[in-house]
Design a protein around this ligand. Structure first.
Ligand code: 6PG
Length: 263
């Protein structure tokens, strides 16, 4: 197992959410402390929604100088921001609209455009923000689908093999959907990668991925491996169930939480 990989298992989703929000605050402030600014890429999905709600509420939101934070998005559906399906729309409702941040610091993917165009525009926006140098987010927040996808890197799609672009349009044939997504090239170069996974329905995929980090095509999330950064999987007990069964407490990579080790 990678030295920079850490797994934390929480008693329940609520505990995971509180701790994730706390962790994100610490990571943002660390980046600001070290470089004066923080770039963070945010994912859609249901798991982080309560985390966004916490981040957008008092007193936690007052712990950040949002003028020093730039918000990016890991992926987007091909819909306008007002559509209930829009990742930006959800994150904006739960979080962004509640904090004091300039629109100049919000870098959304234009889901209302054709996916190839939205991807090209976002690639340009990333290059501009990072001054055409290497794209290096301070923090990337990711979720995990039951099929092993993360961001919108779906199993069996071309984007799994994309090595050049930082952003790509992706067509997931099995689901008949278009998405726009960050590629491994931009995700794996992050300083901190945080996976948030909860629920029993994720228990087998979590176990498979943490057991077989090299299963490229089958489980795209397994290919999220920072080149020079840290990766932390925050799981609730339900999502960790199978992993924990197979890996009884034998190494210090498994950190149990608040009320202690539960197995
Ligand atoms: C999205 C996400 C996607 C998500 C997973 C898990 O746009 O939906 O970026 O990759 O993180 O599908 O979603 P849940 O948290 O809803 O299970």
């Amino acid at each position: 197992m990678d030295l920079h990989l850490k797994i934390e298992v929480y008693q329940c989703a609520a505990e995971l959410e509180q701790n994730a929000a706390e962790k994100i605050i610490l990571m943002i402030n660390k980046a600001i402390g070290e470089r004066g600014v923080c770039s963070i890429a945010l994912s859609g999905g249901e798991t982080p929604r309560p985390v966004y709600r916490i981040l957008g509420s008092s007193p936690i939101k007052e712990r950040i100088d949002w003028s020093r934070v730039h918000l990016f998005f890991t992926d987007e559906r091909v819909v306008p921001p007002t559509d209930p399906q829009s990742n930006f729309g959800m994150i904006n409702r739960e979080f962004i609209s509640h904090i004091n941040i300039s629109s100049r610091n919000i870098h959304r993917i234009a889901g209302e455009k054709k996916p190839e165009l939205a991807a090209a525009d976002y690639e340009r926006e990333l290059r501009e923000y990072f001054s055409n140098q290497i794209i290096r987010f301070d923090v990337v927040l990711l979720g995990l689908g039951e099929d092993g996808h993360t961001a919108s890197i779906f199993p069996g799609t071309k984007v799994v093999h994309e090595e050049k672009a930082f952003v790509a349009a992706v067509y997931a044939r099995r689901l008949s959907i278009w998405r726009v997504t960050l590629t491994y090239r931009s995700i794996n170069n992050a300083r901190e990668i945080l996976f948030l996974v909860s629920g029993k329905n994720k228990r087998f995929i979590v176990q498979n991925i943490l057991k077989t980090p090299a299963m490229r095509e089958e489980y795209p999330a397994a290919l999220v491996q920072p080149l020079d950064g840290n990766i932390l999987w925050m799981l609730d007990k339900d999502a960790a169930e199978e992993y924990v069964k197979e890996n009884p407490k034998k190494d210090d990579q498994i950190a149990m939480t608040s009320d202690g080790i539960y197995y």
